[in-house]
Design a binder for this molecule. Structure first.
Ligand code: EPU
Length: 338
């Protein structure tokens, strides 16, 4: 067990914010986690579990211990006539897992190609893109309880998945460290190409016969064309969630703003494209020092170099206020603020 003090987190968050941790340790095995959690010094110290750091904005230094989840491993733990059950360590890089599945013809994760972050975050915030969410392929996870230090299993229903939500972001927040996640992946793929941009890209690629490989490539192409690569420009993907409004509210907005973009939800409500709302308020492509709103996707806030977490946070607040003023719609941050 190696504990670092006053450790820089700049390279460990995709926004590239220059924050530091009072204490820092890497979690390379369950035993290491149990050892650290048993240390007298850390029992009452606040703990921040870090995965890929791709959905996180540091607005101050961390006055506690940052535990970087580095638990690795990908294995097929069982299979039946229809499914492979793939178990991955929470510290595996998400896209590496997707590539591994695609190379082995395990179907279900292809639409989620190139999402930044690690395996542990996939159930935490029910990652989603291009018509698919992780809850569709999630089987179970193992998580270590921070206080009793034993491993608990959570099935799909226990995670209470919602749009970019799970029990681990709400009632069980900061109580567990996710150790591994098992996905239930199809032997015979069911292709999901409902999302218009995928169909267009597959056509542009000249794909005649659908495959999970082709869908993954199409998704990678789309993402690379409009989302900034965190390795080049600091960002955390969509900064806000797409807000949901009741139908009457949507009809009123549609009357006033005929071009507004909304998607029907099963419960009758409508999900609005926050990127469109933000763009209409004039924010797209704007920069304030090194903080800015991406020029191709207004939902993505960026750090062009040395922006502070507070500068990004203040910008997000101004955006929320202006969307509220213009549309009477309250945006909610998707990114965790620390
Ligand atoms: N739009 C604009 N202006 C913009 C951005 C978007 O008018 O600046 C319009 C687009 O033209 C499109 C609509 O808004 O008609 C939706 O845009 P897009 O397809 O880019 O998707 P999104 O709703 O902005 C969501 C997810 C993304 C995910 C994509 C694709 C959220 C918060 N974001 O974005 O997820 O990749 O759909 O499925 O749900 C993430 O969570 O970090 C993330 C990147």
């Amino acid at each position: 067990m190696i504990i670092h003090e006053n450790y820089s987190l700049k390279k460990l968050n995709t926004f590239g914010i220059d924050a530091s941790a009072r204490y820092f340790a890497e979690l390379s095995s369950v035993e290491v986690i149990q050892e650290i959690l048993s240390e007298q010094t850390f029992i009452n110290t606040s703990k921040l579990i870090l995965g890929g750091g791709s959905n996180l904005l540091f607005t101050k230094n961390v006055d506690g211990i940052v535990l970087k989840n580095n638990l690795k491993g990908i294995e097929v733990i069982k299979e039946d006539a229809d499914f492979y059950f793939i178990k991955a360590g929470a510290g595996e890089v998400w896209h590496n897992l997707v590539m591994h599945c695609i190379a082995n013809n395990y179907a279900g994760l292809e639409n989620l190609s190139l999402i930044p972050g690690n395996v542990g975050a996939s159930p935490m915030q029910n990652i989603g893109a291009y018509g698919v969410e992780i809850k569709d392929s999630f089987y179970e996870l193992e998580a270590l309880h921070i206080v009793d230090k034993t491993i608990h299993s959570f099935a799909n229903v226990d995670c209470k998945f919602g749009y970019r939500e799970s029990v681990f972001k709400r009632e069980l927040k900061n109580q567990y460290i996710i150790v591994s996640v098992t996905y239930k992946l199809l032997k015979r793929p069911v292709f999901n190409t409902n999302y218009g941009a995928i169909q267009k890209e597959l056509e542009a690629m000249g794909v005649r016969e659908l495959s999970i490989q082709a869908i993954s490539k199409a998704v990678c192409n789309i993402r690379s064309s409009k989302l900034p690569n965190p390795a080049e420009i600091g960002n955390a993907g969509s900064f806000f969630k797409n807000p949901e409004v009741v139908r009457e509210k949507f009809e009123l907005l549609k009357h006033q703003f005929p071009a507004i973009i909304g998607y029907d939800l099963d419960n009758g409500d409508v999900k609005l494209a926050a990127g469109w709302l933000i763009e209409q308020c004039g924010w797209k492509g704007k920069t304030f020092g090194d903080a800015g709103v991406h020029k191709l996707q207004a939902l993505v806030l960026v750090n062009y170099g040395n922006a502070t977490g507070n500068e990004i946070y203040d910008l997000s607040q101004k955006i929320m206020d202006s969307v509220k003023d213009k549309f009477d719609v309250q945006l909610e941050r998707e990114v965790n603020i620390s």
